[in-house]
Design a protein around this ligand. Structure first.
Ligand SMILES: C[S@@+](CC[C@H](N)C(=O)[O-])C[C@H]1O[C@@H](n2cnc3c(N)ncnc32)[C@H](O)[C@@H]1O
Length: 211
């Protein structure tokens, strides 16, 4: 079994073992008396990657750039176990909620920015980061990952979820993923890929490191 990072545990909620991190609740998830809150893999691609036991390379305490933070469901869990966590989201409405989520987390920094334009946040985000988590569900997902590679340390990790339908609604997901991985290989070495279908239809989880 792949080790979970420090700060991520399997805890029992309502008789069922689930992933959990320790922090304030965000999306109505159950929280136990010790402050651990359930991490719903059905609402989180990174959670699903842990459930599939992908080797994320995370040990806990890493510096993270999170692309596609939405209102903070997953990035709140990341900030519970990681170090400085920069959360990029380009839609203003979810960022309002994200700012509220960050109020309870001193290491979480919301950025209302377009992940396709890293030059607009390069002055804020530190370089040599340990990890990029990406879940942007938009056309050109590999381009987004490649453009943000500049923030990663040479031994850092990209943990990305690619949604086939965001690239092409009608194409066979396997063909879409082949094209995505081809493009991604321009900037990264692919270490592991796993379909996340048990939790997220037509999504590919990818662990990669910079070339
Ligand atoms: C599937 S949702 C993310 C869910 C979130 N990662 C979670 O697990 O809590 C995808 C998000 O990516 C955002 N997004 C799409 N394209 C983006 C871009 N170019 N820059 C920043 N955010 C983007 C969307 O607005 C949306 O909120």
């Amino acid at each position: 079994m792949t080790d979970l990072p420090a700060g991520v545990e399997r805890r029992t909620f309502d008789g069922r073992e689930r992933l959990a991190t320790r922090g304030e609740t965000v999306y109505g998830e159950p929280r136990d008396d010790d402050g651990w809150r359930a991490w719903d893999a059905g609402r989180s691609k990174l959670g699903a990657m842990f459930e599939y036991e992908m080797d994320t390379g995370l040990a806990g305490g890493e510096s993270v750039l999170y692309l596609g933070a939405a209102s903070g469901t997953t990035v709140s869990h990341v900030a519970d176990f990681a170090g400085p966590t920069y959360a990029v989201e380009f839609a203003a409405r979810p960022v309002r909620d994200l700012v509220g989520v960050a109020e309870a987390r001193a290491n979480l920094f919301p950025l209302l920015k377009d992940a396709r334009k890293p030059e607009t946040y390069a002055h804020v985000v530190e370089s040599d980061l340990d990890c990029i988590v990406q879940d942007v569900a938009t056309r050109g997902q590999a381009t987004v990952a490649n453009r943000n590679r500049q923030f990663l340390a040479d031994d850092g990790r990209l943990l990305a979820a690619f949604k086939a339908r965001s690239e092409d609604v009608v194409a066979d997901p396997d063909e879409v993923f082949e094209g995505v991985l081809d493009e991604l290989s321009e900037a990264y070495e692919i270490l592991e890929t796993t379909r996340l279908d048990r939790f997220h239809d037509d999504h590919l989880g990818v662990v990669a490191r910079p070339r």
